[in-house]
Design a protein around this ligand. Sequence first.
Ligand SMILES: [Zn+2]
Length: 430
Amino acid sequence: MAGRTIRWRGAAIAAALLAASAPAVAAPSPAAAATIKRIESSPAFAKAVAAIDAGHDKWVRDIITLTEIPAPPFKEMARAEAYRDMFVARGLTDVEIDAIGNVTGLRKGGGEGLIVVSAHLDTVFPEGTPVKVRREGDRLYAPGVGDDSTGLATQLAFIDAMNAAGIRTKADILFVGTVGEEGLGDLRGVRHLFTKGKYQGRAKAFFSIDGGGMDSLTVGGAGSKRYRVTFKGPGGHSFGAFGLVNPMTAMSQAVVDLYKIVVPANPKTTFSASRTGGGTSVNSIPNEVWMEFDMRSVSAEELAKVEKSFLAILEQAAATENAARSTRDGRITVEPVLVGDRPAGITPREADIVEFATAAYAAEGITLKYSSSSTDSNVPISLGVPAVTISRVASGSRNHSLDEWIGIEKADNVKLKRIGLATILATAGM
Ligand SMILES: [Zn+2]
């Protein structure tokens, strides 16, 4: 009986937690549903979808071609040059590789503003990683085959479809292959596009084609702060100088205290002590140790809170060690260096771009789930530009691993592109 009660209560608590953290799901607004219906029932859209259907094998070939051009972090140039040529071949204008390395190309519409559609060029894999694609039935395997080669190829399929149907959007569309989306790239490509390049301040909406699956839309940008922290002290002989302050003690204390911070489950907020090193020898009090930390939240406010607590903990840990042992030969100091800074934020449910996506999925009978992640959309979202990250492929898994794969079955991938294209066209105006 007792066990049953506890189990029931456990289940109730789990359900409550799930409800608290589950993304809100809602029907599209009648206006958005009507816009999507109007677009999808137009002859031009039917032509575009026919081109997507007929272009399925080409899409697969583009994925393979792009995947097999290595694009390690900070070394995206070879893939950028190939992608630039693919933009040129599709008749985009003003095609160039900008100062930071992004590939940009315009598809002129009626000039009623500018929307940006993009996918990222870089992978997480270092130089020398084998990138030959292996096909087994309806699956492609290779490091980076999904993330984000498929996003790049899906973007090309959208351009081909619009061209085949002769669609002229009200807004101009800037298509982009960005650099530096992954890891220490720190979103430098999209950051440049929005804060420095010639298109800065012009975009009224932004799409990133990144991530996979048939029923989710990324509307939140999980922000992150990453620090490399160095603790220093006088060092000394482990036996002869015993009693002197030790930076290792301070760093350990900081880790223990960090893990006492209570963060909210919703908005999801996290922290991690991730990588460490230092010391002189086994028989020395170290004069220097270091550690890397990662903090994330979908809320800018919660991220700022956990960062503030973290920085206070570092100072306190050094002070505690200086008070606990002798500072005769020197004191413990701590130097936090910010090595990653991705802004957080969320595109509101009522924004047109989210409404149109919701309506385009609803038109296929799919109830959309909203999620948060760290993608190129973080930057426009943080600047108040409505942005979402849409799915590049119907199925796949093992991103960022050597056995990454995607599913290239036709029906679902054509459907997904139909949804993505309808959302883009509704946002650009058609
Ligand atoms: Zn990605």
